[in-house]
Design a protein around this ligand. Sequence first.
Ligand code: OFO
Length: 171
Amino acid sequence: MLSKKLLKALNNQLNKEIYSAYLYLSMSSYAGSIGLKGSANWFMVQYQEEMVHAMKVFTFINSRGEHTDLAAIAAPPTEFRSLLDMFQQTLAHEQTITASINELTDLALAEKDHATNIFLQWLVTEQIEEEENDRDIIGKLKLIGDNGQGLLMLDNELAARVFVPPPATAA
Ligand code: OFO
């Protein structure tokens, strides 16, 4: 059983993960519309990863004998200034998600809910990789600057990203 406070916080996290998916779906569409098909692929894979995060929270809530309280998902932005702008917004967003997961973990610890604390460790670790990926790409984009050829080379690199379902959700 989860406390009311923790259940509410987990429901909020579920909403945030689905919003993340929605945000990256929007970025994927925008990148595709300006001819950056590799970047569109990268954001589509990110969308899939976010849905895995969301479903992990969803499943955890039910596994504790509770049910979700699904709320409206906010509309994400649909226009971006550049690929650099998209990745800077991605990193800023992921930093807010990291803060949210840390607060959730603090709450689980304060309530001595060890099961929730253990569950959250996967998300805590995942955020390290999420932020690192964004920082790496932002660094490359800054080096590329206005060089179109460099941008196309990076776009080709981003085309290689594939979605790998975690073992628990693999078919
Ligand atoms: Fe779910 O890690 Fe990004 O938002």
